[in-house]
Each structure stands twice: as C-alpha cells, then as structure tokens.
Design a binder for this molecule. Structure first.
Ligand SMILES: [Zn+2]
Length: 502
C-alpha cells in the first residue's frame, strides 16, 4: 500500500486545509495575524496527527510578507524563494539520525547570523526526544537566550522524555488524534486511486497509528460488567496488534476523563473537542457509571500510565491494573468484608471532604498556597473583581514579555466564585508556568489595580473544581447520603462511635 503517496498528496500547504487540530490552528493563525510569535514551540502527539505539517505551514507563514488567513500567500518574494528552494530559512532536522551534541552545536553557530531572506530562521527538529543529553544541554543554551530572528519548532511523539528545562521554555501544543469523522472527511477526496483494495476504518487507524476508540469503549464496558475474561482478552488484542501499551493506558485515562466530563456537564459538546459521534457514544456509556466510579478509573489509569514510564513488562502492569479495577466487587468471600468496609470508609471520608469543600461558606485559607506572593498596599480583589478581570485575559497576556507570553498564551484564565484568579494549564506546563508566574502576577495586579490572588491549577483539577462548585451533583449527594447511612449502620454494629456532618 502506498502510504507515502497518500501522505504527500494530503499534506496541506495552508492552515485552511488542515483536518482536525482546530484549537492549534486557531492559536497559530492568530499569532501570525497579530505578528506575535514565540521563540520556541513544542508540538506533541502521536504519529500522523499533523505535527510536522503544521510546523512547516507555520514556518512558511512567519516569513511571508502578506499572509492570507494566517498562512503563507505563496506569491510574495519570500514565499517564492521557499518554493524554488533558494530560501534556506526553514531548516529541518531529524533528531532520530542527528542526535549528537555536535549537530546541535552546529545549529547554535548558525543561529547567530540573521536570515538572508525573510524575518525568521525556523528550525524544525523532529523526534526531538531522541537527542542525547549533551545535545539537549547545547540546545538549552540557545533556548535560554534565543536570537530574535530564530524560531525553534520541536516535534515529538514522546514529550515525557524531554527535560523540563527545555519544556519550560517552549509554547506547548498537544495534538489530538483525528476522529473517525475527520479521517472520513480527509478520505472523501478520491482516495481509492491510491489503494487497489477496499479502505477500512481499521486500515486507516493503522496508518495514523491510532488505537480504535471502540476498544476503549469495550474495555470500560467489560470493567463495568466485571467481565475480567473479556477485559484480559482486550489487553491481549492490544498487545497482539503491536500497539503501545503505554499509549493504550493513556487513551484509557483520557477516555475515562471524557466520560466524567460527558456525565457532569450534561454532555456540553464544547468542553469535549471531539466528533459528535464520539460524544454521543461517551454519553451513552457514561450513563451506566457513577461519578465516584469514574474517579476511581481515572486514578487507576493515571497511576498505570505513570508506572509504565519505566516498566520492563508493560503488559503485566496493564493486566494487574485492569484486574484491580474489578477485583473488589468480584470478591464475595467473607475475608474481603474488611477491605470493602475500609474502602467504604475511605470513600465516605473523601466524599464528605469534597462535600465540605464545595460548601460556599467555607473560605479557602490563603496560607495554604505557598505559591502566592501578594504585594502590599493595593486593596484586595474580591470575587466580583476576578469575574471582571477574567474578561481582560487577552489584555493581561498582551502586557507580558515574550518569554512569559509564550507560556501563558496557551493557558486559560479561570474563576470559580472565589477571590482567586486561576491559571489553567495542561500536562507538563507547570514548570514553565511557575517560572514566569511572578511576571504574570505583576501584569494582573497592574490591570486590576488590586492585589489579586493568582494560582496555577492543572486543567483536570480545575475541571473537578468547577464540577464541585457549579455541578448540581444529585448523584454525588445521593452517594454521600447512602454511604453515610451504610457506614453508620456498620459503625453501630462494631460499636464504633462516628459523627457525621450533613
Ligand atoms: Zn507570501
């Protein structure tokens, strides 16, 4: 099968032709239009999600004299030079084969010279996680003080392998896998010409290196049904197909998180940036699972993903995690009673704790959060101030220097009826966020004219916070009541004094 031909044929030249990745395309075209670009980008995502395609479109666009819709015009002199090959402003390096310190030193020498044509020299380093430690250190030197005319675009399938010192200096974008719908759209263009056999969804998934989402649904259904045999068969299927176990664990984690969002947001599609077909299936599946059960899945899959980073036998860890998820419910022996009771107790404590946290009368103490630095003199911002301030997020970001802006450009401003201005960041961004937090606080205080409590928060934690504060949570409240009465009964039987607050 001629994958390469297909790949070349469908590699778009402008952002408008890119299928999927709307959030990334939107941010990057906006940067081109406002002529404000970062000095280093990190594009993360599995094979076939469009990282290098987007890197190249962006590299051409930054040098174009008159970009159209955020993409290169193709007719100006800079664009012409790129097309005829005489423009050498876009330099591609495959780190898989050029991973030594000397390769990067060469780049460090080159970047000192301004480009002959256009505004920027753009270095696209693919598979950047393959760089040696020495090479990363050399790269860091340039990233610490990047010349104004240089842009680095690092692409990787494995962001975990990249040192935090590098991560914290890049604007990070996480590429989603294309949904079935998006792949179909891409294929609806005279595909059959390239294949002399029938195209199946599986073949396409194989081509883009994705795990079929139906296996994720099947796995969760098997766990709900406590069908361990089926669950282990699915593990075997993933293994047999040569798919990455770690990727699969990550997919299960993301799937569980999506189920939680689908359940708690009443299926607001805007929160889930996926195809409508997938969201419908999510809602269906989420109906059959309780919130606390989903929380348990997320915890287990999260832990599994973490453990798999250095695992020698990933498959065994996967199987153990899958077994753990259904083991307690399956076990009906008298010996399991104590474990079950303890679990019940822990769950109850957690739920009560969450219930208390969600209560609006309990103020969050400032002292708990060591990251906050509050300047003196200014009056303190109240929740109403934060509400107003959130709308000024673009204005706040515009006040930042290039390095801080690069980091905060892809974070969100958040507010949950407290006197706290949340900075909502995604996986792996915490180092960069904390490194530039002081700059951000200064900008916020200046715009507010008040002393504002600013706190960085991971997107998942922020989502649960929103659920606590805004979600009606009838189910969770019922859970608390149920658990409370069960525990009270158990406690009475074992003559254990317990006090429960409503
Ligand atoms: Zn142009």
């Amino acid at each position: 099968m001629s994958y390469l031909a297909l790949y070349r044929k469908y590699r778009p030249l402008v952002f408008d032709d890119v299928v999927g990745q709307e959030h990334i395309v939107r941010t990057l075209t906006n940067q081109i239009n406002t002529q404000r670009v970062a000095h280093a980008y990190l594009l993360c995502g599995s094979r076939g999600t469009g990282k290098t395609t987007i890197a190249k479109i962006f590299a051409r666009a930054v040098n174009c004299e008159a970009p159209v819709h955020g993409s290169a015009c193709g007719v100006c002199s800079a664009c012409q030079k790129v097309q005829d090959g005489s423009g050498i402003n876009i330099i591609e390096i495959d780190a898989a084969s050029h991973n030594g310190v000397d390769n990067i030193r060469e780049i460090n020498e080159e970047v000192k010279y301004t480009p002959a044509v256009g505004k920027y020299k753009v270095y696209i380093i693919d598979e950047v996680h393959m760089l040696s430690t020495g090479a990363f250190n050399a790269l860091l030197k340039t990233l610490e003080e990047p010349p104004a005319h240089v842009i680095f675009i690092l692409a990787t399938t494995d962001p975990q392998k990249i040192p935090v010192t590098i991560l914290s200096r890049c604007q990070r974008f996480d590429f989603k896998r294309l949904s079935a719908q998006e792949i179909e759209e891409r294929l609806a263009q005279s595909m059959s010409f390239y294949f002399d056999e029938t195209i199946t969804f599986d073949k396409v998934l194989y081509m883009v290196g994705a795990v079929d989402s139906s296996i994720l649904f099947d796995m969760i259904y098997a766990i709900i049904a406590q069908d361990t045999k089926k669950a282990l068969e699915l593990c075997e299927a993933v293994n047999r197909q040569g798919k990455s176990i770690r990727q699969f664990a990550g997919d299960l984690l993301e799937h569980s998180r999506n189920l939680l969002v689908a359940k708690t947001t009443n299926g607001t599609a805007s929160v889930l940036d996926y195809s409508s077909e997938y969201i419908t299936r999510l809602k269906e599946q989420a109906e059959g699972i309780k919130i606390n059960e989903l929380m348990r899945y997320i915890k287990h899959f999260g832990q599994l993903e973490y453990e798999l980073r250095n695992a020698l036998s990933p498959r065994i860890l996967l199987e153990v995690a899958i077994l753990k998820l259904s083991e307690v419910q399956m076990d009906t022996s008298p010996e399991s009673m104590m474990t079950k009771m303890q679990l019940l107790e822990q769950k109850l404590e957690k739920l009560i704790e969450e219930g208390l946290k969600a209560a609006p009368t309990v103020p969050v103490q400032a002292a708990v959060f060591s990251k906050e630095v509050v300047p003196a003199r200014l009056p303190k911002a109240v929740p109403e101030d934060i509400r107003v301030l959130i709308k000024k997020w673009p204005e706040i970001k515009a006040k930042l220097g290039r390095a801080a802006w690069s980091i905060f450009e892809t974070t969100e401003a958040g507010f949950v009826e407290e006197d706290i201005f949340y900075i909502v960041y995604k996986q792996g961004m915490d180092v960069g966020v904390n490194a530039h937090l002081e700059d951000l606080k200064k900008a916020i205080n200046e715009i507010a004219g008040k002393e504002v409590r600013v706190r960085p928060i991971h997107a998942d934690e922020y989502a649960s916070k929103c659920i606590e504060v805004y979600g009606s949570h009838p189910e969770q409240t019922e859970d608390i009541k149920d658990m409370a009465s069960i525990l009270k009964n158990v406690a009475a039987k074992i003559n254990f004094n317990i006090e429960l607050k409503n």
